[in-house]
Design a protein around this ligand. Structure first.
Ligand SMILES: Nc1ncnc2c1ncn2[C@@H]1O[C@H](COP(=O)(O)OP(=O)(O)OP(=O)(O)O)[C@@H](O)[C@H]1O
Length: 248
């Protein structure tokens, strides 16, 4: 569904990504990890059509990405800056529906449905600044999901949350992914997190000119659960392989 062919990216003379080829099938949750500054965010910006590919191509369902694709949503780390403080939670979530011309009552129902889905039923009339950081990031996730995107890009979405909230949101993401079947590209610094949430983990090498140095399917059994899954021998082995590769 999402395909990168010999993708290269640079900022002026500074080469960031080199010869990245990947195919992400529909419904897969792909995690991208790599050393700081290797180009993970640059990769997401290129997939999102915010930066034109310098070399190679990005395509979605066979169509080359030129400009921001229609059924794409992005969640950033910085939830504080991605929500509009003067709008209520419900209005923040419904904003993309408004741009699509959906009627007011329907927008309201859809926003409430998705808020319920992310565990925020009943807070729609509050404002983002009245919520905790974890709740604000749930709102950002709800807003990303409200248009039922076919591709969701997440850039370190849980990076500024405390450990407990982070685990809660990892599990929320897995629930949503299971229920909605959205294709997700999830960038994280956290090796454990990549193995816990991913169907597959791709590791980029240190820059300049980062390449894919590991492409690992995560064949962990059944439903994941924070304590049990992280204790499995298979989880520990996968984490060690990703960790060794990230550290070169
Ligand atoms: N707009 C820009 N103009 C010039 N150089 C940039 C720009 N954005 C990023 N870079 C450089 O490109 C390289 C890759 O940056 P990028 O943010 O994509 O890496 P990253 O892997 O996401 O980093 P981190 O893990 O620290 O968030 C870095 O050397 C960075 O300094």
């Amino acid at each position: 569904m999402l395909r990168l062919d010999s993708l290269g990216q640079r900022y002026g003379e500074h080469r960031v990504l080199h010869d990245i080829s990947l195919t992400v099938p529909d419904g897969q949750l792909l995690c991208v990890v790599g050393p700081s500054g290797c180009g993970k965010s640059t990769l997401l910006r290129t997939i999102a059509g915010l930066l034109p590919a310098h070399e190679g191509t990005v395509s979605i369902d066979g169509d080359p990405v030129v400009g921001v694709p229609d059924r794409l949503a992005v969640v950033f780390q910085d939830y504080g800056r991605s929500l509009f403080p003067w709008l209520s939670v419900r209005e923040n979530v419904a904003l993309p529906l408004r741009r699509r011309g959906m009627a007011r009552a329907e927008r309201r129902n859809e926003a409430e449905r998705i808020l319920e889905r992310v565990g925020l039923g009943g807070v729609g009339r509050r404002h983002p600044w009245q919520l905790s950081g974890g709740m604000q990031q749930r709102v950002a996730i709800a807003r990303a999901l409200v248009c039922r995107p076919s591709l969701l890009l997440m850039d370190e979405p849980f990076g500024s949350l405390d450990a407990q909230t982070r685990e809660d949101l990892e599990d929320l993401l897995l629930d949503v992914h299971r229920a909605e079947g959205t294709t997700i590209v999830f960038v994280t610094h956290d090796i454990d997190e990549s193995v816990y949430v991913g169907d597959r983990v791709v590791v980029l090498s240190a820059g300049p000119g980062s390449r894919v140095v590991l492409d690992l399917p995560v064949g962990l059994p059944g439903e994941r659960e924070q304590i049990g899954t992280r204790g499995l021998a298979e989880f520990v082995a996968l984490r060690a392989e990703v960790g060794r590769t990230v550290r070169g």
